[in-house]
Design a binder for this molecule. Structure first.
Ligand code: LMR
Length: 399
């Protein structure tokens, strides 16, 4: 039976990690997968995480299963982190949060839930989007449609195209939105544009599904959650997939959450019972360690402060590299405008490089970039920015 199976192509993002590992060039640069790196190119374990792990190691009494929905305290702290303490959706009991294996786990549980409960609904994805979005949704059996998002001319959001597509989407469909730090473009709507988007989504009767993987990587926790708060209007329903991979550096622990906001607390209980069936028939219940770390940090004011400082440092380093890259490119190619890199937010930016130019960067300079031209700005440091900009300038000018 297995002999008839055709090989699948490598993953557009994670597949490049393998090629990078096999490259013998000592000066190779990896700007592919969205993982934070410090000035030395390392992905450190946060000090707050190590401190929380030390506490856990001492106190852990059992490795028995977690409940299907995960650690209750982790879920409560997640709601408070994302919506803010005392937000109406929390106090009314109309939000139900489930601990999931990473943000991708949350996306898949939500997609299964959509497919099982609204079988004719499509999920609308931005053009472009994270390449795994349509794959996860389709793997759950959900039809995927696309709405315009990125304006290559301004390197910003095509707000008119986006609003026009929303105004024509069938009521009852689901729209997936990147709550901040859009992946792959780094272009986010302004607060005012988020208001227009939320108005349009609710006028049309769509279910908003916010993918929130980068809280704290844009401008800070408060400003980064403004889209979520704009959508969390009285009585409305929404889905939120969130991740602790990036902001806690807990990539390998697979810790994320799915929050379902319903119209009232009784609906939240009914919906929660269905989401639990989805989880139970998928991976039964989530792993404990990563969620325990997050709980330990968020529940302890000192650890929380330490984490906040570390998050600020990561964000400020990325935004500093955005400025440095823009400046270095302006020195090499003064006629070309790279200022959008400085304006964009999060780990990623679209460079505008074509797939062929990306291939040349890899083959001739051992610089690894996703083939759609997306770079992970967090992979840039003062040591590699010079050779990186030299190589990009050479590829762009053909010299
Ligand atoms: C990325 O886009 O690089 C990250 O979200 C990691 C991944 O799983 O693709």
């Amino acid at each position: 039976m297995f002999d008839a199976i055709q090989a699948a192509p490598p993953d557009a993002i994670l597949g490049l990690t393998e090629a990078f590992k096999n490259d013998a060039n000592a000066d190779k640069v990896n700007l592919t997968v969205g993982v934070y790196k410090d000035e030395r190119g390392q992905t450190p374990t946060l000090e707050s995480v190590k401190a929380a792990e030390a506490i856990l190691l001492k106190g852990e009494a059992s490795k028995s299963y977690l409940p299907i929905g995960g650690l209750g305290e982790f879920c409560d702290l997640t709601q408070a982190l994302y919506f803010g303490d005392g937000h109406e959706v929390i106090d009314s009991g109309r939000a139900a949060t489930f601990q999931t294996p990473g943000g991708t786990g949350a996306l898949r549980v939500a997609a299964d839930f959509v497919h099982q409960n609204f079988p004719s609904a499509s999920i609308w994805c931005s053009t472009p989007t994270w390449p795994n979005h349509p794959k996860v949704f389709q793997a759950a059996g959900v039809n995927v449609k696309n709405y315009p998002y990125f304006d290559a001319g301004s390197q910003g959001v095509n707000i008119d195209g986006m609003l026009a597509a929303i105004s024509e989407a069938p009521a009852g469909d689901v729209i997936c939105l990147h709550a901040c730090c859009h992946n792959p473009t780094g272009a986010d709507p302004s607060v005012d544009q988020w208001k227009q988007i939320a108005d349009a989504v609710y006028d049309r009767g769509l279910l908003p599904f916010l993918d929130f993987a980068y809280l704290g990587f844009g401008d800070g926790i408060e400003p980064d959650r403004s889209a979520l708060l704009e959508f969390a209007r009285p009585g409305v329903e929404m889905l939120v997939a969130s991740s602790y991979s990036k902001n806690f550096g807990l990539y390998s622990e697979r810790v994320g959450a799915l929050t379902v906001v319903t119209s009232d607390s009784s609906s939240a209980k009914t919906v929660a019972s269905q989401v639990k069936v989805t989880i139970r028939t998928n991976y039964s219940n989530p792993p404990a360690h990563g969620a325990e770390i997050v709980r330990e940090i968020l529940a302890d004011s000192e650890l929380r402060q330490q984490w906040n400082d570390e998050l600020t440092e990561m964000r400020e380093r990325i935004n500093g590299m955005r400025k440095l890259f823009t400046q270095e490119m302006a020195e090499r190619l003064p006629d070309r405008d790279f200022s959008f890199i400085k304006r964009q937010r999060g780990m990623f930016s679209y460079t505008g490089l074509t797939a062929e130019q990306v291939d040349t960067l890899r083959e001739q300079f051992s610089i690894y970039i996703v083939r759609d031209g997306r770079i992970n700005v967090a992979g840039i440091n003062p040591g590699n920015v010079g050779p990186l900009c030299d190589a990009i300038a050479s590829v762009l000018t053909g010299e």
